[in-house]
Ligand binder design. Structure first.
Ligand code: ADE
Ligand code: ZN
Ligand code: ZN
Length: 348
């Protein structure tokens, strides 16, 4: 009698070979994108948060950070939007590296920023634009997403720390940068973003939150030159320790730059500009531009003041005790110091 296993051996072997062929990686892995979005969320202005909430509801920014990868197979035209193919050692050239109709990550960040702030766009279009921006600002900071050779290193087989398997797949240089270097730290999303927050402070990265997608792509292309290895290379502990610092810095910068891009765009809009003149569904205690009530009787209730936005929050409201910078004080003191109540309403 032929046993069942020997009958199945051939199809199993075919499946295993297929899996080992390792599909091209899609961007920082899920982890990288979520960490970047978590850093960004901690640097958003209050108004920006309100606008984001009107598009995403109560979904945290990190929860939509990999959406663009999830839809990539179904929406084939979006595949080239995740990277820019700059020849190694060269600089970005728009007609060469980002020609239409395919386009590339540099132009797509600008395109979606326009759509996000377009008063005539629908809410759904702007929500989608936001999801693409959150993802693509991450991708453009992954050095190998700015390299043409071997499809950004997807075609460069490597060993990583003595192993030729990275998860289920054969290791390649691109995948090591998307995922393996991040996973190797053993840090979870919260711990990692906390670690990057410390890096932002110690290396004063706050001053580097500007620039344009073109400049970010050129920085990535240059870093990729230093990270590049030949086919068959073994990436050792020394490589890990050197490039881990680059990964951290790039993810921190991506988070800061994403936050600034959003603060400088939708953070400067009013709710009226959303949804063909309709105000978004803003939580009762918050408003983008809170009108100050003149002559209101401020209470002695302890409020939470945010010195960055000069807005204060009442107990039991969304941002009470939650904003990155802030302190508690009486409502009377807050008013005296020039703070305005969130939503224009006093706490009593
Ligand atoms: N496919 C072609 N080039 C690529 C790159 N630089 N990154 C990811 N995927 C690619
Ligand atoms: Zn991507
Ligand atoms: Zn990738």
């Amino acid at each position: 009698m032929v046993n069942n296993f020997s009958m199945l051996r051939k199809p199993i072997a075919i499946i295993l070979v297929f899996l080992a062929m390792c599909p091209a990686s899609f961007g920082w892995g899920n982890e990288g994108h979520q960490i970047i979005a978590t850093v960004a969320a901690d640097h958003l202005d209050e108004t920006t948060k309100v606008m984001i909430q009107s598009l995403l509801g109560n979904n945290h920014l990190y929860s939509i950070a990999s959406w663009a990868d999830d839809i990539r197979r179904d929406r084939r035209e979006t595949a080239t939007w995740h990277y820019v193919d700059i020849p190694l050692g060269d600089k970005y050239n728009s007609s060469r590296d980002c020609a239409l109709p395919e386009s590339c990550v540099v132009l797509k960040i600008n395109d979606f920023l326009k759509l996000l702030t377009d008063k005539n766009a629908t809410r759904d279009q702007r929500a989608e634009a936001l999801k693409f921006i959150v993802h693509f600002v991450g991708d453009i900071h992954q050095p190998l997403h700015a390299v043409k050779e071997a499809k950004g290193g997807n075609g460069v087989h490597v060993r990583f720390l003595g192993d030729d398997k990275c998860g289920r797949y054969d290791c390649n240089l691109h995948g090591v940068w998307d995922t393996s270097l991040i996973l190797r730290t053993g840090l979870g999303r919260q711990e990692y973003s906390q670690h990057l927050e410390e890096l932002i402070q110690s290396q004063k990265l706050g001053s580097r939150d500007g620039g344009t997608p073109e400049q970010w792509a050129n920085e990535s292309a240059q870093l990729a030159g230093a990270a590049w290895v030949p086919d068959g290379a073994s990436l050792d502990e020394q490589y890990y320790h050197r490039e881990n610092k680059v990964v951290d810095r790039q993810m921190a910068l991506a988070g800061l730059r994403l936050a600034k891009l959003l603060n400088d765009s939708i953070g400067k809009m009013t709710p009226r500009d959303f949804g063909s003149g309709q105000a978004p569904n803003i939580p009762a205690q918050t408003s983008a531009v809170p009108p100050v009530q003149v002559g209101g009787a401020a209470s002695n209730i302890k409020v939470w003041v945010n010195p960055r936005s000069m807005v204060y929050h009442c107990p039991d409201t969304q941002w009470y005790g939650k904003t990155k910078s802030g302190e508690y004080m009486s409502e009377v003191d807050a008013r005296q110091k020039g703070y305005r109540p969130a939503g224009g309403r006093e706490c009593r």
